[in-house]
Design a protein around this ligand. Sequence first.
Ligand SMILES: NC(=O)c1ccc[n+]([C@@H]2O[C@H](COP(=O)([O-])OP(=O)(O)OC[C@H]3O[C@@H](n4cnc5c(N)ncnc54)[C@H](OP(=O)(O)O)[C@@H]3O)[C@@H](O)[C@H]2O)c1
Length: 244
Amino acid sequence: MSNNKTVIVTGGSGGIGSEICRHLAKVSWNIVVHYHSDKDSADEIVARLTGTGGKAVAVKCNLSDEQEVTGLFDSAISEFGEIQGVVACAGIGGGGPIAETTLDEFQKLLRVNTVGAYLTIREAARRIERGGRIVFISSQLAERPREGTGLYSASKAAIDAMIVSMSRELGNRQITINSVRPGATEPGMFANSNEERKEFFRQLSPFHRLGRPDDIAGVVEFLLSDEARWMTGQHLRVDGGASN
Ligand SMILES: NC(=O)c1ccc[n+]([C@@H]2O[C@H](COP(=O)([O-])OP(=O)(O)OC[C@H]3O[C@@H](n4cnc5c(N)ncnc54)[C@H](OP(=O)(O)O)[C@@H]3O)[C@@H](O)[C@H]2O)c1
């Protein structure tokens, strides 16, 4: 079943990441399911993927630690050989009205969403094969910040800016790098929001519903496919039209 292509999915243990793993395994990618603390979920995802004939391993990593990120890529290479795809999906939410936030909250968001994603895509730029694919899971809030999302929006927008610059740097190796900007999606981190907030985001979309991980994973699958070879440095809104 393997197509001998390997992808690292950071945040593979989470709501959106696990669905990305499932989609990519279906089209025969070998999957490195990264997790940070939730080993049980990562093991369960690996069991599901290998149970249907796929190849997958779970690897723990603190993505804000340079050595650990190097180790994540080393593990992937020693398990499967070369790496052709990296999906930087790990992230956390948080924030509130800026006047009420703390420096600690901002530093935590920057550590995971910005430094973690930077170290992941930097390592990808160093180690990914010619013709490879890099996808960053950003957020519609990077493009369209709303009240109380300033810190989170900033933590994602910084990487979206890097992606444009990197697309110019990686083109000579035929590597594409793009970001996907989901709207409110559940299950995943948005599941913890209260009903009033969920209803607000439901009504922002002309489809009057929240996104599902499956809505996001299909677009990531496309970006990793050969059909997306002519797209790079793009930010794709995948938010059910909520930001229109
Ligand atoms: N859900 C939404 O509405 C939504 C909307 C727009 C964008 N996004 C983005 O989509 C991505 C996935 O979100 P989700 O909804 O699937 O959230 P989720 O279910 O909470 O998953 C988050 C993932 O990030 C990992 N993670 C958390 N803290 C980490 C840390 N310090 N170091 C390394 N990894 C860490 C988690 O690993 P462990 O569980 O193993 O600790 C988990 O795999 C995030 O980047 C998020 O910003 C989500």
